[in-house]
Design a protein around this ligand. Structure first.
Ligand SMILES: C[S@@+](CC[C@H](N)C(=O)[O-])C[C@H]1O[C@@H](n2cnc3c(N)ncnc32)[C@H](O)[C@@H]1O
Length: 274
């Protein structure tokens, strides 16, 4: 069978399974099975013989709504590529905004609370010279994955620690970043199947209104920031005003709200008094 015929048949299966981008996913999975780029596959430059069975298995997993990144095991995030698997949330493109806003402060010491796969911590390490970066999480599985990513990327100045938010962190940082679980508990079952069935629940569940951990972190963060230091929080759609109020009540001075590329208020920054 030609690559084109394999992709046509697979895309039809994925479309029937309700996948939003069936052809793209079919191409990316064939590229993964062959060990080539999607461009090479689409241009018909690659021999696809011998991968029929592994491709069929990959398509069957995707048709069951397993996320593409868990099947390929890789996800790009800013300039780095991470290993991803069900031990941690798949890093999202919108989270790159958090990294960008943190980088603008030219920080030397950063704490990445709720680090998951280590995406934010390792992307920052890749783009800041002379850094010390600490990633914290309560999930032992996520910390194992983050450490594997650290090894693969040779990020020697990044440390991953088991800590409930900042409780067990002794550093005083220039910047604290956090992409906390922020989905309201009542909405978890309505998420798309890729998220609801495959990604870790402890990476998603933000309590009744989604902001339970934001409240807790806001109370802890000023004690771990240098004067003028910045707390950067990724939030869900519609949570910016409440998050701003939480930060003000916790004693943060200036507050900024930033939109992502889709125009959604995605990051709230709070600055410690000088
Ligand atoms: C939304 S994921 C973010 C992962 C990663 N930072 C990213 O942006 O891809 C949230 C993470 O918070 C962790 N988590 C949940 N409760 C926590 C707590 N109390 N303290 C630290 N981490 C926590 C979860 O294990 C999960 O890895």
């Amino acid at each position: 069978m030609s690559a084109r015929a394999m992709i046509d048949a697979a895309a039809a299966k994925l479309e029937a399974a309700g996948i939003e981008t069936p052809r793209l996913d079919a191409e990316l999975l064939l590229a993964h099975c062959v060990g080539a780029s999607r461009g090479e596959i689409v241009a018909g430059l690659v021999e696809v013989e011998g991968v029929e069975q592994s491709y069929e298995e990959a398509i069957a997993r995707r048709a069951e709504r397993e996320p593409l990144a868990y099947i390929t095991g890789r996800q790009g995030f800013r300039r780095i590529e991470l290993k991803v698997d069900p031990r941690a949330l798949i890093p999202r493109p919108e989270t790159e905004l958090l990294v960008e806003l943190a980088l603008a402060r030219k920080p030397k010491i950063v704490i990445d609370v709720a680090t998951g796969s280590g995406a934010i911590a390792l992307a920052l390490a890749d783009e800041i010279d002379d850094h010390l970066i600490v990633g914290a999480d309560t999930s032992i599985d996520a910390l194992d994955l983050a450490r594997e990513n650290r090894e693969a990327l040779g990020a020697e100045q990044v440390w991953f620690l088991n800590s409930d938010l900042l409780l067990d962190i002794d550093y005083i940082a220039d910047v604290i970043v956090a992409n906390l679980p922020y989905i309201p508990a009542g909405e978890l079952d309505d998420l798309q199947p890729e998220v609801a069935r495959f990604e870790p629940r402890e990476a998603l569940d933000g309590g009744e209104d989604g902001l339970k951990l934001v409240r807790k972190l806001a109370r802890q963060a000023l004690g771990k920031l240098k004067p003028g230091g910045m707390l950067a929080l990724e939030i869900g759609e519609g949570q910016a005003a409440e998050t701003e109020e939480i930060l003000r009540a916790a004693g943060f001075g200036d507050i900024e709200r930033h939109k992502d590329l889709a125009g959604i208020e995605r990051v709230v920054l709070g600055f410690a008094p000088r």
